[in-house]
Design a protein. Structure first.
Length: 486
């Protein structure tokens, strides 16, 4: 189907342009950004088909690619963030600290990173999905030390080592599930495809699937940054180029959660939901505990945002364990988090370019030096902590409501306490950056407001989802709930 080619090929073409055009020209960056809109348009087309309840389209030998409601939602998230990042990437009409060779390397690997994420969420085959998620590690790790420093190289190696171990565990879980399937059902055509696995799931061995899911949860959970497998995240986000940090925080964790959720559907068909839900609650609550208190202790605003991502990953894990209402809330939260976190990381990059430091104590008077950036960063932080009128208030409220509806009042009480800790810490850090006298030597005023104009789309999306739930989007979320809770 042509739609899949239009979804996946633009990022490959963009990577090819970056590699072949020499010397590197800024025009290449603009062409790559425009190509990303093609993928975004096709992702929206897939989401529209899913919202209408159409049969999920497939493509390739053995139905290698497939786009149901869950896939389509992730496609839109990945493609939307990729478009924003590529339009605001270094070198677009302003001074940049990167050389031509660095810009070429950046454009090459960032587009391959986008391609691998889009392939992961459109793959109908568990093996292809695993390969694509492994590829995200390789392409993003090569970008973290874009500016070679000891800290960036260490962060890249830490990311590679920890996530490679995680992906190896996910592979072990995939192999366990596959061989259990083959031992019971024999060699079936397209045995690694999701619909085939799901149709045979009730007959699989419960004990084998329990073990397989532990491997899968720990393995893909490492990529998602679920505690205690999160230790690479603050270092990688803190040292990576800001556009890469935005993509890793906003959509890479969502892609990893997507993989876990796909396997949860299969395992629940074998065991019922109780087993996987207990694991999600335990790891989700642990993520909230570690992230909340780490935010309190944060001294670096990029690392602070990384810990915030761990906190919200924990919230999504809790939601996925709370039945249909919780799944609806978790998917809504994923979309809101994608919009908020991509915006705040990109704004943090503007602050870093002006102040030349990521230390919170060295950033003050932001309202005076960068008034537009300061106000939008404040809006992003307020959205992240779940204040109205932003969408995260609605998704967190829906998640808490789902917890009480499913008989988990103690869990929701603990979550609210931990969210309050993060709330106070984030407000405190934000106030420290916004007010006070600016440091000497920091320029006052903003000349390049194009990024703020583009990021206002994120604010608009967050406010819209905080005030209403558009009917097509609600239908898409309902489709996802039916897929997960069948």
């Amino acid at each position: 189907m042509m739609n899949f080619l239009l979804l996946l090929f633009p990022s490959l073409i963009a990577a090819g342009l970056a590699a072949l055009v020499r010397p590197y020209r800024e025009l290449v960056g603009w062409i790559n950004a425009l190509l990303s809109l093609v993928a975004l348009g096709e992702a929206i087309v897939f989401a529209g088909h899913a919202a209408r309840g159409d049969v999920a389209p497939t493509f390739g030998p053995g139905e290698l690619l497939r786009a149901d409601g869950l896939s389509a939602l992730l496609m839109v998230c990945v493609a939307a963030v990729a478009s924003i990042v590529l339009f605001l990437s270094p070198g677009f009409g302003r001074e940049t600290q990167y050389s031509q060779s660095q810009m070429r390397r950046y454009q090459f690997f960032i587009n391959l990173f986008v391609f691998s994420m889009l392939l992961a969420v459109s793959a109908n085959n568990v093996g292809v999905m695993w390969i694509a998620i492994e590829a995200t590690t390789i392409f993003s790790a090569l970008l973290i030390p874009l500016t070679l420093t000891k800290a960036s190289v260490e962060a890249s190696w830490k990311y590679i080592l920890i996530c490679s171990v995680g992906i190896a565990l996910a592979f072990a879980g995939t192999v366990l599930g596959y061989f259990d399937f083959v031992s019971l059902s024999g060699r079936v055509e397209n045995a690694l495809n999701w619909p085939v696995l799901l149709s045979h799931a009730p007959s699989l061995h419960p004990e084998v699937m329990k073990l397989a899911f532990v491997f899968l949860l720990v393995g893909y959970g490492t990529k998602a940054g679920i505690a205690p497998m999160h230790t690479w995240k603050p270092d990688a986000y803190g040292e990576a180029p800001t556009p890469l940090s935005a993509m890793m925080s906003a959509v890479l964790l969502a892609v990893a959660l997507y993989a876990i959720l796909r396997w949860k559907i299969v395992v629940d068909a074998t065991l019922g939901g109780g087993y996987t839900n207990k694991l999600f609650i335990a790891l989700g609550l642990l993520s909230l505990v570690i992230a909340s208190f780490s935010i309190v202790l944060s001294r670096n605003y990029k690392r602070m945002l990384a810990y915030s991502s761990i906190e919200h990953t924990g919230l999504m894990c809790l939601g996925l364990a709370l039945g249909p209402l919780g799944v609806f809330a978790a998917m809504l939260h994923l979309v809101n988090h994608t919009a908020a976190k991509s915006m705040t990381f990109l704004l943090a990059g503007r602050v870093l370019n002006r102040y030349h430091t990521a230390q919170i104590r060295d950033v003050s008077g932001l309202l005076k030096t960068m008034p537009g950036t300061a106000r939008m960063l404040a809006a992003g932080i307020l959205a992240i902590i779940g204040l109205p009128p932003f969408g995260l208030f609605i998704s967190e409220f829906a998640l808490i409501q789902a917890g009480f509806a499913t008989g988990h009042p103690w869990l929701m009480g603990a979550a609210l306490v931990l969210l309050s800790v993060a709330f106070v810490a984030l407000i405190s850090h934000l106030n420290r950056m916004l007010y006070g006298p600016p440091p000497e030597g920091v320029a006052v005023g903003e000349k390049n407001i194009w990024p703020l104009v583009l990021l206002s789309l994120n604010v608009a999306a967050l406010v819209t989802l905080g005030l209403t739930l558009p009917e097509p989007f609600k239908k898409l979320l309902d489709q996802i709930v039916r897929i997960v809770s069948r």
